[in-house]
Design a binder for this molecule. Sequence first.
Ligand SMILES: O=C(O)CCC(=O)C(=O)O
Ligand SMILES: [Fe+2]
Length: 275
Amino acid sequence: MSHIDLATYPVDRPGVALDAVIDRVRADLAHDGCAVLRGFLTAEGVTALAAEAEGVRDRAHASFSRTNAYFTKDDPSLPPDDPRRRFFDRSNAFIAADNFRPDGALRQIHDHPGFDAFIQSCLQEDAFYRYADPLADVIVNMATEGNGFPWHFDTNNFTVTLAIQNAEGGGAFEYAADIRRDGENFAEVARILDGTSDRVTVLNLQPGDLQLFKGRYALHRVAPLTGDVPRYVAILSYVEAPDMVGSPERARQLYGRALPIHFERAGRRNDTFLD
Ligand SMILES: O=C(O)CCC(=O)C(=O)O
Ligand SMILES: [Fe+2]
């Protein structure tokens, strides 16, 4: 039995039913840069995936930083209330890709026939490859109370995430679509950071939902979490060239270690992933 709800999302059977899904996702992405495929996984799939994440949670590597929404350094020449000077705590605990076995739930989903082609078709990307980084092609982010993703714009063009488990409270995905499509729009960004903007969409993702998100122009965050139950989200990375891996520094920062391949391929190109 597949962990994917293939009756609703027949990724391995191209045809009119799948085309209808792809058309809807493309329309949602064109509309506000976000598409959610509710119930992409079956109930059994969610249970298997949550159990798999729980089983390797002690392998998570925690990293902390203080960042503004742009991942830039502080600029004291700007007024104190400028959004570029608003710094927030960011903490991630990433479970690296090599903790997920080929026969485990996560890779069974990721490796399902037609899965990559389906995502590529939804995103309408011409050059589309799995990230070749053995620590990062598919990872799980774990977060509990006090951890999380504060407001930011993504560096990469799109993010593919699979909701696995919610925390006890909080954790909504909040985003302001197209907020910097025509310039940085610092005044509205400041209102969003202050919680006074009416441009924010609040999305409550449920375990098993697949999300495609274009975060270059949309300010977004995961609302603060409460409770001890971890929020688990899988992050699937695709890139525009084959054989790409992250830098050794980045691998150490995000996963606590680097592998020979990170050194062998260092300098071949810049890594821009996960931020
Ligand atoms: O954890 C999530 O739901 C999204 C995190 C995010 O914004 C990112 O990975 O850039
Ligand atoms: Fe993001």
